[in-house]
Ligand binder design. Structure first.
Ligand SMILES: NC(=O)c1ccc[n+]([C@@H]2O[C@H](COP(=O)([O-])OP(=O)(O)OC[C@H]3O[C@@H](n4cnc5c(N)ncnc54)[C@H](OP(=O)(O)O)[C@@H]3O)[C@@H](O)[C@H]2O)c1
Length: 325
């Protein structure tokens, strides 16, 4: 097993790998970690379907990749994860045209926004980060199950430490909204979803949840000085292993190439066969109780009952049941 770490880059992960003939689909690929993953995977020969909600931003991202990788095999699609009808219509169109997806990287995300709702009335962070990906993944499952060693990678975050999911009031109808708590709930949901996918489809696919590290991207667009201060306090409080992290609020920033490396590793490595369903950080398997700024996670994210209940709640919210076949 190769030894990787916080500074390993996407190109280092893919060195020597030939991804010709493999099809990767990435949500939220119009910027940040999704775009960098698309660049690196297409540079290694993969066909990449880049999904985003904004056509102009997506076109600009494709343009940047083609400048860097002229032969890149890129396909695109428009899907708004905050709108169930947009997801349904994209998935239906995709399945009519194409048969297989080898790896789906559920990368799109929104962080710490003010209280907002999706088109269908769900709280925006839970609705986009979890519910949108829950529906998209399940609708695309026929194509994923036909993939070669299929995988589903869900972008989570050390932010899962802000809160576990709230199955009683997922859309803040009764409780007072807190932007970081809501992000935490949605990023915990990404991990429970990963675990339940593996429980249901264990012999048929692999799935991993990824904390990419801290990378300056457009994800921070909703941050105010107050929210930054609250985050630093939360990070200081949760830091377990590094005294520097405790003092500074521990935000060891990564480059884009190092930030996207863990999801690219999860999507391509053969080193994780024994770890199906794992939470990953810094290109390593997660460690319960370790430093969340690295690859540490809190035990509640591996609770099997919560994962089953979240799946049932998600089915209720999208008004569709998905059976393991
Ligand atoms: N950057 C970090 O430090 C960090 C740390 C931990 C976890 N993560 C996770 O990493 C993932 C990627 O984030 P990033 O840092 O690369 O941020 P980013 O540059 O803001 O990328 C997020 C992508 O998601 C898209 N998106 C947002 N809402 C959407 C919707 N309703 N429908 C479809 N697409 C939507 C955005 O498109 P628009 O631009 O059109 O909104 C954008 O393409 C996220 O899941 C995030 O939670 C990031």
């Amino acid at each position: 097993m190769a030894i990787y770490g916080a500074e390993t880059t996407t190109d280092e992960i893919l060195e020597g790998l030939d991804l010709n003939g493999r099809h990767f689909m990435i949500t939220g690929a119009s910027s940040g970690l999704g775009e960098e993953s698309a660049r690196a995977l297409s540079n290694a020969g993969a066909t990449v379907t880049m999904l985003a909600r904004n056509q102009d931003k997506l076109d600009a991202a494709v343009e940047r990749i083609k400048t860097n990788v002229p032969m890149a095999g890129i396909q695109t699609g428009i899907v708004d994860l905050a709108d169930l009808s947009s997801i349904r219509s994209y998935a239906e169109g995709f399945l009519q045209k194409e048969t297989t997806i080898d790896v789906l990287i559920n990368n799109a995300g929104i962080m710490a926004c003010p209280f907002m709702q999706t088109k269908d009335g769900y709280e925006m962070q839970f609705g986009t980060n979890h519910i949108g990906h829950f529906l998209l993944t399940n609708l695309l499952m026929p194509a994923i199950l036909k993939g070669q060693s299929p995988r589903i990678i869900n972008l989570s975050s050390a932010g899962h430490t802000h809160s576990d999911v709230n199955l009683e009031d997922p859309n803040y109808e009764k409780t007072e909204y807190n932007a970081w708590e809501s992000y935490g709930r949605s990023k915990s949901a990404n991990i429970h979803f990963t675990r339940e996918l593996v429980r249901r489809y264990e012999s048929e696919l692999q799935s991993f949840a990824v904390h990419p590290g801290v990378i300056i991207t457009e994800l921070g667009r909703h941050l105010t000085p107050e929210l930054m201060e609250e985050m630093v306090e939360r990070v200081k409080a949760r830091s377990t292993s590094s005294s520097e992290a405790k003092e500074t609020g521990g935000l060891p920033f990564k480059s884009m190439e190092a930030g996207a490396a863990t999801q690219v590793w999860a999507a391509t490595t053969s080193d994780l066969e024994e770890n199906n369903g794992a939470y990953l950080g810094d290109c390593q398997v997660g460690v319960e109780g370790g430093n969340p700024s690295e690859n540490g996670y809190l035990p509640y994210i591996y609770n099997e009952e919560t994962a089953k209940e979240l799946w049932a709640l998600s089915e209720q919210l999208v008004q569709q049941e998905f059976l393991s076949n």
